[in-house]
Design a protein around this ligand. Structure first.
Ligand code: SF4
Length: 385
């Protein structure tokens, strides 16, 4: 397939890895923002091709993982209502709330449906005028245009039975929150290519300058990732800190202007809670007043939600890049993809699921040394063998 197999070429991958080995003279810590990048890195063993001192820090770029528990609990309450058809992408169905997940609501008789687009949910609303159709709009800037389009079409068609449960997160404020944290150990960043395909990367030069950190827009295939890492290492070794685009076949500096116009029409920026991390200022979108009638939280007014996270789960530390998933004591024991304790073990973009699915368990020796790794934020090249 064009634009896919040629970015998985083994010889070129080895050549890029050799170039990184030749460039790197000291340890560096590089954040890959997106969970899709994390999965590709772990699946393809890219972290194991790098010089020993180069550590990939897995970032919070998994929208399912960072959806606040309170919102999941609200989704469960809305989905359980008799008049509701609750629509979602499949990866939200097994994300644990305080007292179950959407699959369990479905098993208990709730009308929970997996759809492939929010526009499918709009069509369901047209075909079921006697029911309330709710779409769980979870995502970063990448999925936001389709969610925005769904409410715009619902308004054009005069639908009174469609609403959006909004969980839209913004990536650049999350990167900034990591870079400005007093515990930050990230020295270079791979920005998420698909987010930049919508938003461009005009937001990154000021961030790179302010925090003196190279930021390279990077794709998801093995060669994309190795090229992104190579460019970050080249900048770090040269003492540069610039925003660069290593994904130019998809991303332009200004991004998709039409999509950005639609987003600005439908959404406004708001403070947002990130599961496991806390509130990050101006890191989310909510519906503007002109579209607020389509806000499921407003429409259903679910009150009395009391959230309780699993005391075993350290997904907040995983999402901040403070620990690797295998350092969580519950990893692969109490917590597996079949019985997840946290969202990072469920989602196709969650770091815990990546480590579990691709067999990244700690060896007994590494486990014995894990205590020292876990004090503070861990040394370079944390033992995740
Ligand atoms: S392994 Fe499970 S319990 Fe541990 S941090 Fe990941 S999701 Fe949470």
């Amino acid at each position: 397939m064009k634009y896919l197999t040629e970015f998985r070429n083994r010889e070129i991958a080895q050549r890029l890895a050799q170039e990184i080995h030749a460039l790197a003279t000291r340890p560096w810590k590089i954040l890959e923002v997106c969970g899709g990048q994390t999965h590709s890195i772990i699946k393809n063993g890219i972290d194991q091709m790098l010089p020993e001192g180069i550590e990939m820090v897995h970032g919070p770029g998994c929208p399912v993982c960072v959806t606040p528990l309170e919102l999941i609990d609200k989704a469960l309450a809305i989905a359980a209502r008799l008049e509701v058809i609750f629509c979602s992408f499949g990866d939200m169905l097994r994300v644990p709330g305080t007292a179950g997940d959407l699959f369990q609501v479905k098993g208990g008789g709730g009308d929970v449906r997996v759809v492939y687009s929010p526009l499918d949910a709009v069509e369901l609303a047209v075909k079921n005028p006697e029911r309330q159709v709710v779409f769980f709009g979870v995502g970063f800037e990448t999925t936001a245009p389709a969610n925005a389009m769904s409410v715009r079409i619902a308004r054009q068609r005069g639908l009174k039975n469609f609403s959006l449960l909004v969980s839209q997160a913004l990536v650049p404020p999350a990167i900034e929150a990591i870079l400005k944290s007093s515990a930050n150990r990230v020295q270079g960043v791979l920005a998420a290519g698909h987010v930049c395909s919508v938003m461009g990367y005009w937001q990154y030069p000021p961030l790179a300058e302010k925090y003196k950190v190279p930021i390279v827009v990077t794709g998801f295939e093995p060669l994309d990732l190795l090229e992104g890492i190579r460019r970050v290492v080249a900048q770090l070794e040269a003492g540069r800190h610039e925003a660069e685009n290593a994904y130019s076949r998809v991303v332009s500096f200004e991004g998709n202007r039409e999509a950005q116009k639609l987003l600005a029409e439908v959404f406004e920026v708001t403070d947002r809670a990130w599961r496991g991390i806390g509130v990050i200022p101006r890191s989310g979108w909510r519906l503007r007043a002109a579209y607020r009638e389509f806000d499921a939280e407003d429409r259903f007014q679910i009150a009395g939600v009391r959230t309780v996270e699993s005391p075993l789960c350290r997904s907040g530390d995983v999402l901040r890049g403070a620990i690797k998933p295998a350092h969580c004591a519950a990893f692969g024991k109490e917590c597996t993809p079949r019985h997840p304790l946290g969202a990072t073990m469920v989602s196709s973009e969650g770091a815990c699921a990546a480590y579990f699915n691709y067999g990244r368990f700690l060896s007994a020796k590494a486990l014995a040394g894990a205590a020292s790794t876990l004090s503070g934020l861990g040394p370079s090249g944390a033992a995740d063998d």
